[in-house]
Design a protein around this ligand. Structure first.
Ligand code: NAD
Length: 437
C-alpha cells in the first residue's frame, strides 16, 4: 500500500522505515531539511537499535523515500501524522501548532477516500476538532495512537502489543478505515495482535491514560523510596516483595531518579491541563503529585552526592555515567541524568559525563559540561561516580575492581539502583542507592 508519514522524528522515522520493511511503499515527509537529507542518504538521524538496518534496506528496495515536499503525499492511501506535541512554553497544555500545520499542509494533497491516521499524542478532543477540515476533502480522519518504547521502537512498531484505532462518525459508508488499517498492519493482525476499534476520544485517551498509569507506577515506588529513606527500609526488597503479587507486578517498580524523556513528563502535564479545561481537573489532580515526586528524586540524587563528598561538591571531580533519559537511546529530552549533571555543575563540581550514544546531543544542549566518550577515561581520577542511565556498559560491564584501578575515589551513587551494591562494597567502595540503606 502507498503510505505517507508526516513528521520523521523518533516516532515518524521509525514508523516510515518499519512500514517499508513490512512491504509498503512509504514516503516520509518532514519540514526539517537536515533530518530529511540524513534519512535520504540512509543515515538514521538518531540512535535507535535496528533503525539503521531497516532504513538501509528500505531505501535500497526503492520502497522508502524521504522529502520535505508535502506534495509527495499525493497518491498515498493512508497518511500517518506523527509530528511533535511538546509542552507549551508558558503552560502545561500540549502545543498543537505542529499538528495543525501538518494537517493544513496535507489538505491540498488529499483525495476522496484517503485516510489520515493521527499518531501524535494529543489532548482528548483534538481529533474531533480536526475531522471536519479533513472531511471537506473527502478523506477520513482516524486516530491511531503509538505505544512504542524508545530503545525498542523498531520492534514495537513492527510487532506491537496492541493496535488501537479511533474512528469517528465519518458519514461515509464507502470507506472502511478499520479494514484499511488492518491491511496496513497485516503481519500483526495475522498473528492475532489485539486490534481495538474505538471512537476518537477513547483512542486519544488510551494513550494518555497508559502514560499516566506508567508514570504513576514509577512515582509510587519512588514515594516508597522516600519513606524507606527515613525508616532504614530497602525499597528494592520492598519492590521485589510486592512485585510477586500478580496484581501488582514487578515491572516499572524500579526506584531511582525517576522518569523523563519526550513523552511521560509532558503527557501527564498535558493530561492535567486538558482535564482542567474539561472541568474535571480533580479527576487527575494526583498527576501533579506524581510529577512532584518524580522531580524530587533528582534533588535526592544530587543531595546524596553532596553528602557523600562531605557536604560540598565544590571543586570535586564527579563522573556522571549516562546522559540519555534511558538506555538504548540518544534522546536527552527532559533527561533526569543530564538534569542531575547540570545541577552538580551548578554547585561547583567538575562534572565529566560519559554515555554510549547521547554525548553529541548532550554537548549541543549543555556545552558547559565536560564530555568524555571513553568510559574508563571518564572515570579516571573521579572523587565520586553517579550512575544515572542504566546502560549495560555501567550496570553489568563495569566491575568495581576495574573501577578501583582507575581512581582513588571510592564513592558510588547508584541513581538507578542498577548496580550490585554488595560487590561494590566488597571492593571497598561506599555505595549509596535510592531508597536503600
Ligand atoms: P520529534 O520531535 O522527534 O519529531 C517530530 C517531527 O515532526 C520533527 O522531525 C519535526 O521536524 C516534524 N514536524 C514538525 N512540524 C511538521 C510539519 N508541519 N510537517 C512535517 N513535519 C513536521 O517527536 P517524536 O518523539 O517523534 O514524537 C512525535 C509525536 O509522537 C508526539 O506527539 C509524541 O508524544 C508521540 N509519541 C512519541 C513517542 C516516542 O517514544 N518518541 C512514543 C509514542 C508517541
Amino acid at each position: 500500500m502507498r503510505l505517507s508519514v508526516i513528521g520523521c522524528g523518533y516516532l515518524g522515522a521509525v514508523h516510515a522505515a518499519a512500514m517499508a520493511s513490512i512491504g509498503h511503499e512509504v514516503v516520509g515527509i518532514d519540514v526539517d531539511e537536515r533530518k530529511i537529507a540524513s534519512l535520504s542518504r540512509g543515515e538514521a538521524p538518531f540512535f535507535e537499535p535496528g533503525l539503521q538496518e531497516i532504513l538501509t534496506e528500505g531505501i535500497a528496495s526503492g520502497r522508502l523515500t524521504f522529502t520535505t515536499d508535502m506534495a509527495a503525499a499525493r497518491g498515498a492511501k493512508v497518511h500517518f501524522v506523527g509530528v511533535g506535541t511538546p509542552q507549551q512554553k508558558d503552560g502545561y497544555a500540549a502545543d498543537l501548532t505542529y499538528v495543525n500545520a501538518a494537517i493544513d499542509g496535507l489538505l491540498p494533497f488529499l483525495s476522496a477516500g484517503d485516510i489520515v491516521a493521527g499518531k501524535s499524542t494529543v489532548p482528548v478532543g483534538t481529533a474531533a476538532g480536526l475531522a471536519p477540515r479533513v472531511e471537506k476533502t473527502g478523506a477520513v480522519l482516524v486516530w491511531n495512537p503509538e505505544f512504542l518504547r524508545e530503545g525498542w521502537a523498531v520492534q514495537d512498531t513492527i510487532d506491537p502489543d496492541r493496535l488501537v484505532v479511533g474512528i469517528g462518525d465519518t458519514g461515509r459508508a464507502d470507506v472502511d478505515p478499520a479494514a484499511v488499517l488492518r491491511e496496513v498492519y497485516h503481519p500483526s493482525v495475522a498473528k492475532g495482535t489485539p486490534f481495538i476499534v474505538t471512537d476518537l476520544a477513547t483512542a486519544e485517551l488510551v494513550k494518555v491514560a497508559a502514560n499516566a498509569f506508567l508514570a504513576t507506577k514509577i512515582s509510587f515506588i519512588n514515594a516508597m523510596a522516600e519513606i524507606a529513606e527515613v525508616t532504614g527500609a530497602d525499597v528494592t526488597q520492598l519492590a521485589d516483595a510486592i512485585g510477586h503479587d500478580a496484581r501488582i507486578g514487578r515491572r516499572f517498580l524500579g526506584a531511582g531518579i525517576g522518569f523523563g524523556g519526550g513523552c511521560l513528563p509532558k503527557d501527564i502535564r498535558a493530561f492535567s491541563a486538558r482535564a482542567e479545561e474539561l472541568g474535571r481537573g480533580e479527576s487527575v489532580a494526583f498527576l501533579r503529585e506524581i510529577d512532584a515526586i518524580n522531580l524530587r528524586r533528582r534533588d535526592r540524587a544530587v543531595d546524596l552526592v553532596v553528602d557523600a563528598l562531605g557536604g560540598s561538591v565544590f571543586k570535586k571531580n564527579v563522573t556522571v555515567l549516562g546522559a540519555a533519559f534511558k538506555p538504548h537511546s540518544d534522546d536527552i529530552r527532559d533527561s533526569p541524568a543530564l538534569d542531575v549533571a547540570v545541577r552538580l555543575h551548578g554547585l561547583g563540581a567538575w562534572v565529566t559525563i560519559t554515555d554510549p550514544a547521547a554525548l553529541e546531543n548532550a554537548r549541543r544542549q549543555h556545552p558547559q559540561l565536560n564530555y568524555v566518550e571513553d568510559r574508563d577515561e571518564a572515570i579516571r581520577g573521579a572523587d565520586a561516580l553517579i550512575l544515572v542511565t542504566e546502560w549495560d556498559e555501567y550496570r553489568r560491564q563495569l566491575s568495581p575492581d576495574h573501577a578501583s584501578t582507575l581512581t582513588e575515589g571510592r564513592i558510588v551513587v547508584d541513581g538507578r539502583n542498577g548496580l550490585d551494591a554488595g560487590a561494590w562494597r566488597a571492593a571497598g567502595w561506599t555505595y549509596y542507592g535510592m531508597g536503600r540503606p
